[in-house]
Design a protein around this ligand. Structure first.
Ligand SMILES: NC(=O)c1ccc[n+]([C@@H]2O[C@H](COP(=O)([O-])OP(=O)(O)OC[C@H]3O[C@@H](n4cnc5c(N)ncnc54)[C@H](O)[C@@H]3O)[C@@H](O)[C@H]2O)c1
Length: 349
């Protein structure tokens, strides 16, 4: 199916997006609304500012937790045709610091959503899994969907996998049409920097403040950074294409970028001369390289990530410049943690 056909297929549908105020969710909500879908956003704003909820015709914002039955009833009262379950306690370091919250939100929260999607049947339930998480550190590259690891290094990695396993159970037992989309290191407009956020928004933020960029590790580590617009494109397809049901597939760029090269590109793009600085690697951060195969997503749903990294980075920096005041006001760094960074890893997600 062409992008035009996929877009047209969303027109007139009612869609629930949990985590719709988030980095990826806000972009997905905007895309769905632009295609004429009615969108219900369920988000408790625990990790996103209110201004990141797209304020568009056809978008209904329900502020609350996926653990709150009253809010879930409110959302399912709207009879969604499809659910994109993106709300999560994000990400690795956050889960190491707060493992019980991680299990409640990512484990119990996902179970609740699946129960509601069973009681109020939906045509599609797309689960936001994490390819950066679930393959562990020993898988051969490029990462392919059939690989499984029992050696995950954070509670977040475990609960993202748990969500997939619950998805499989609900599909097999209750015929819920579940799709498991495994994202890799998303970046782009809509991601506000913060203590527990990904490396790209934090690097851009610090570079714009004229601070050196902290690299935890050697800098030769790589990640498969994926522009959020490409992930959204994959999600729109995952919610429509019949062949996706019951499947799991990577939504990645299929290309590697070294962290040290990323830092250099960011510094050059914002004309920062503060350089980089090195810090110790995190104990849980055992992945030297991340590179995903996108063959399955391409064959199954026609996924085609076509945003060049430099182009995606330019879009991200343009968004920072256009929204600097509110980004700076919302950047979520912990108490005593100025933007000068105490606790930040090179990569999360
Ligand atoms: N960003 C990445 O690189 C990446 C990579 C792999 C997987 N993922 C997954 O994709 C999804 C979206 O990621 P993101 O980067 O947009 O994250 P995000 O943190 O920006 O968005 C998640 C949203 O969920 C909300 N939320 C948290 N707890 C909630 C609760 N109990 N009830 C309701 N809302 C709640 C937060 O306020 C936030 O707006 C997540 O499930 C994440 O695990 C992201």
């Amino acid at each position: 199916m062409t992008d035009g056909e996929i877009g047209a297929a969303w027109s007139g549908r009612t869609v629930l997006v949990t985590g719709g105020a988030g980095a990826i969710g806000s972009n997905l909500v905007t895309a769905l609304a632009s295609h004429g879908a009615r969108v219900i956003v369920l988000d408790d704003l625990s990790a996103s500012p209110r201004w990141n909820v797209p304020s568009l015709p056809g978008v209904l914002f329900v502020e609350g937790s996926i653990l709150d039955e009253v809010k879930l009833k409110r959302c399912f009262f709207e009879k969604p045709d499809a659910v994109f379950h993106l709300a999560a306690f994000f990400a690795n370091q956050n889960s190491v610091d707060h493992p019980e919250t991680d299990l409640m939100v990512n484990g119990m929260g996902t179970l609740r959503l699946l129960e509601y999607a069973t009681l109020h049947p939906v045509k599609r339930f797309v689960y936001a899994s994490s390819g950066c998480s679930i393959y562990g550190s020993e898988a051969p590259l490029p990462l392919r969907e059939e690989f499984m690891s029992m050696h995950l290094t954070t509670p977040y990695q475990i609960t993202k996998m748990l969500g997939e396993l619950y998805g499989n159970f609900f599909q097999h037992h209750y015929d819920v049409p579940v799709v498991k989309a495994r994202f890799f290191n998303s970046y782009g407009p809509g991601e506000v920097p913060g203590q527990y956020r990904n490396v790209i928004p934090n690097f851009v933020y610090w570079a714009m403040l004229g601070q050196p960029l902290p690299i935890t590790g050697e800098g030769t580590e790589t990640r498969d950074f994926t522009f959020v617009g490409d992930i959204v494109n994959g999600l729109l397809r995952a919610g429509i294409v019949e062949a996706a049901i019951g499947e799991e597939f990577n939504l990645a760029s299929g290309r590697e970028v070294r962290i040290v090269d990323l830092a250099t590109m960011v510094n050059e793009a914002v004309q920062s001369t503060a350089g980089i600085k090195f810090a110790a690697r995190r104990r849980w951060d055992t992945k030297k390289r991340l590179l995903a195969s996108v063959d399955k997503a391409r064959d199954l749903i026609g996924y085609a990530p076509d945003t060049e990294f430099a182009e995606g980075l330019a879009h991200t920096i343009a968004w920072f410049r256009a929204n600097w005041d509110r980004i700076a006001a919302s950047a979520a760094f912990g108490p005593g943690q100025s933007s000068a960074v105490r606790e930040v890893s090179t990569v999360r997600g």
